[in-house]
Design a binder for this molecule. Sequence first.
Ligand code: DAK
Length: 258
Amino acid sequence: MNNLLMEVENEIAVVTINRPKSLNALNSETLTELEQCLGEIEKRKDVKVVILTGAGEKAFVAGADISEMKDATAAQGRDMAFLACRTFGKLENMPQVTIAAVNGFALGGGCEISMACDIRIASENAKFGQPEVNLGILPGFGGTQRLPRLVGKGRAKELIFTADMIDAQEAYRIGLANKVVPLADLLKFCKEMAAKIISKGSYAVSLAKMAINTGLDIDLASGLKLEADLFGLSFATADKKEGMSAFLEKRPANLTDF
Ligand code: DAK
């Protein structure tokens, strides 16, 4: 992989977009590598949480690669859109939990890829924004859909129509960032959060992720029915037996992943 770094330790995969000279801008090659990398990770039982971050101390991802996009034809743009849609969809719906460690600029496609993750932890120097209208385009990697779902229609419209950048505290205030931590502590914090999630019943966490993601795209009655079905499924697991026995026996639970 030319543009990505990946390491797995303690059931956590840290995937780093590694194009610091271009502030980790997403070109087609990087998106292709990311699609492959996530495709491999989603099959791995020894990875329970994925942390996505950017190389260097300045940027998470400063958007799609403008130098590549400038002369792209409509057909190339469409291919890139399908590629990004598949890649971001993997991040959003893979069985593992995904955490964006936002270590600087998260602009355009950078903000959008962070929103495809389950959780966003921002460093104090992080900046979020959807500056596409400055370039004569609109967000095309899901920003018009995921941003209003996260922060509400009014705030999403303001951010997208003005192209304003917001800092980490403002992103936290409006619900775009889950937490803000010093840059030096960012990865440590994300790994601690990952370890906490891994200590729970991973299968139950994965079912909860599916219920939340699917539920938000369907009506409430169907969502509640889905939750009931998945809840029933969780009763088939060894984790359910162990978790409830441990509670009643007043001992720590030894949860595995089913
Ligand atoms: N693409 C390519 N190169 C970039 C880049 C980007 N998005 N962002 C930064 N760079 C490069 C700069 O050109 C510069 O390269 P050199 O001149 O050193 O060779 C280097 O990174 C350092 O950047 P700056 O010198 O500009 O650094 P500053 O600290 O002065 O400014 C900045 C940092 C992040 C504020 C600034 O770089 C900036 O405004 N960057 C662009 C942000 C932006 O507009 N991002 C793109 C948003 S549009 C699609 C769907 C979606 C999209 C595209 C297609 N399809 C469906 C096909 C998404 C589009 C977007 O993301």
